[in-house]
Structure formats: C-alpha cells, structure tokens
Design a protein around this ligand. Structure first.
Ligand code: TA6
Length: 297
C-alpha cells in the first residue's frame, strides 16, 4: 500500500496528485486500460475513459469547483439523504465536503484502487453519527464501493445513499435505457406519481426524472451515435434513478450549459425513498456499482 500524498507507481498503474480545477486537490489515475480523475472534494470521480473509447462520464463545462459546492457531472456521492430536505441542502452533505485519502493499492493485474474516508465536519454534527468510506477501483471498468457504518451504540441509522452518475452520450435523442421494464417508479415530473415502466427501451424526448424502486438489476444505456452500450451493474442497490433535465431545467441550472442536456443522462444507483436503509447500531452497509462499456452489436 502506498502512503497518501505520494505518487504511486505499481507494476503499470500510476497515480499522480495535481491541483485540479478551482485548485482543488485531485488524483490522476492511469492504468493499462484507462484513465480516471478523482477529486478529494466530495470523493468525486470526474473522469473515466477506456483507451480507444469516448469518455464514460459527462462533466459540465460550467461546473463550479469550490468547497461547499457540488461538482456538476461525474459521480456525485449522495449521502445521508437523497433529494430535498426542509431547510437543508439537496442530496445530503458529503458531496460538498473534503474527503481524506486513506490508501492507494496498485494490484498485480494493473488495477488501481483508491480508498477515501469522509471526515465528518459541522454539517454532519446535526445528523446521527456515521462513518463512510469509498473505494474506487480503476481498470478496464470503474468499480465503486460506498461503505457506511452506524457508529451509534444504541440507535438505528436510517439513511439513503446514491451514486448519482452522469454518463456522456453523443446525442440524447439516439439513446435508449434498458433493464427497467416492469419496475415501479416515482415520476418527479408529475409530483412523484407512482407509475410502472412499460418500455423495454426508455427513450428521452423531454424532462425525465424517475426513481425506480425495488430495481436491483443491471441497466444498460445504448448510444447509437457512439455505437456503444454502457452497463451499470449493482450490488446492494435497490433503487435506480434516471434523469435528464431537458431544455427548461437545463436553462435554470447556472452550473450546466443550456445545450448540455443533449450530451448526458444520469443513471443513478442507490437506496432511496421506500428503499432507504435502516442500519442497526455498529453495523456496516456496503453498496457496489460496476460501470463498463462495450461496442453496440
Ligand atoms: O437525481 C435526479 C435529481 O434528484 C433531479 O431531480 C435533479 O435535482 C438532480 O437530481 C440534480 O440535483 P442537484 O442537487 O445536483 O442539482
């Protein structure tokens, strides 16, 4: 294991520490298959790209990179709640906070793993006590594991988690999302109306903001323009959220370009709403997400 704050060079994997956008500390990871970028701010993965492939993740050209603000794009880590909370920030507080680098492992197969830990600050003080760590493993895929421990000796920790992944697409009108047929979902564009997915292939031609519940299965994003299929595999994630802001919402977001809705789709993996987690005292919850891509056959 390499101590933090040094460039790690494994058999072929490499981690370099840089001052990223907004001068925020970030790690640039190179493997035989791919490159990735992770900011300590929010433990935010902002880039993953397999050699010869288009970037897997979307990152807004208008994103802010400043403490206390969420980065727009990449993979926001959402904890300990999803969505709005009266008088509190949306999507919890860990995505706006600095995480600590705990260790870097460069495996013999050229994978590079980075483990980060959430260091509770003032924002966490008003919330029941928990510890969180996040392991990002980079090879020809991107594997993410979000680990939450209830540090209370007496109380159950009720929380939501979500890896709010923004995927890059060439043209949203040539994209379809597969794997959610038959799942119940809450439609945020219709005041959280409860509906059932009837389509094998979900296509986007207006704002879509759906929380699919009891949906633990893999989801695929087919991009006909790039000619690739992105596969999202999950362990211990019962919810999938599909979001594209479309025109009006895109214009309302200061940290998102008016036309950028054409080049992104969020397919988010977590445990939200009725799938929230109730974690007994001193217990640990682990959620794993694996992101890969292949040519569209
Ligand atoms: O995951 C979908 C969603 O909840 C949308 O409703 C929209 O609010 C999006 O998250 C982005 O939220 P943010 O707080 O990052 O602007």
């Amino acid at each position: 294991m390499t101590k933090p704050n040094t460039a790690a060079a494994g058999p072929a994997g490499r981690v370099v520490f840089l001052a990223g956008r907004g001068n925020l500390p970030m790690m640039e990871i190179t493997t035989a298959w791919s490159t990735a970028e992770i900011y300590l701010h929010g433990a935010h993965v902002t880039h993953f790209q397999r050699k010869g492939d288009a970037p897997l993740l979307f990152l807004s050209q208008c994103s802010r990179f400043e403490n206390g603000k969420a980065i727009r794009g990449g993979i926001p880590v959402i904890l300990p709640w999803f969505g709005a909370r009266e008088g509190l920030g949306q999507h919890g507080f860990v995505r706006n906070a600095a995480w600590e680098l705990q260790e870097i492992a460069s495996e013999s197969d050229d994978s590079v793993s980075v483990r980060l830990a959430f260091s509770p600050g003032p924002a966490a003080a008003m919330h029941p006590p928990f510890e969180a760590s996040y392991v990002v493993t980079v090879n020809d895929q991107l594997e993410l594991e979000l680990i939450v421990t209830n540090t209370s000796a007496t109380d159950t920790l009720v929380f939501e988690n979500c890896l709010h992944t923004y995927f890059f697409v060439e043209d949203i009108t040539a994209v379809s999302v597969h794997g959610l047929k038959g799942a119940a979902y809450l439609d945020k564009t219709a005041n959280q109306a409860r509906r059932t997915e009837t389509d094998d292939a979900i296509r986007i031609s207006s704002e879509v903001d759906r929380t699919y519940l009891d949906a633990p299965g893999a989801v695929e994003i087919e991009d006909a323009r790039i000619g690739r299929v992105i596969r999202v595999e999950k362990e211990n994630s019962a919810s999938t959220v599909v979001w594209n802001p479309w025109v009006a919402k895109a214009q309302q977001m200061a940290d998102f370009g008016n036309e950028e809705y054409r080049n992104m789709i969020c397919v988010e993996s977590g445990n939200v709403s009725a799938n929230r987690i109730e974690l007994p005292p001193k217990q640990t919850s682990r959620m794993k997400v694996r992101l890969g891509s292949a040519p569209l056959s």
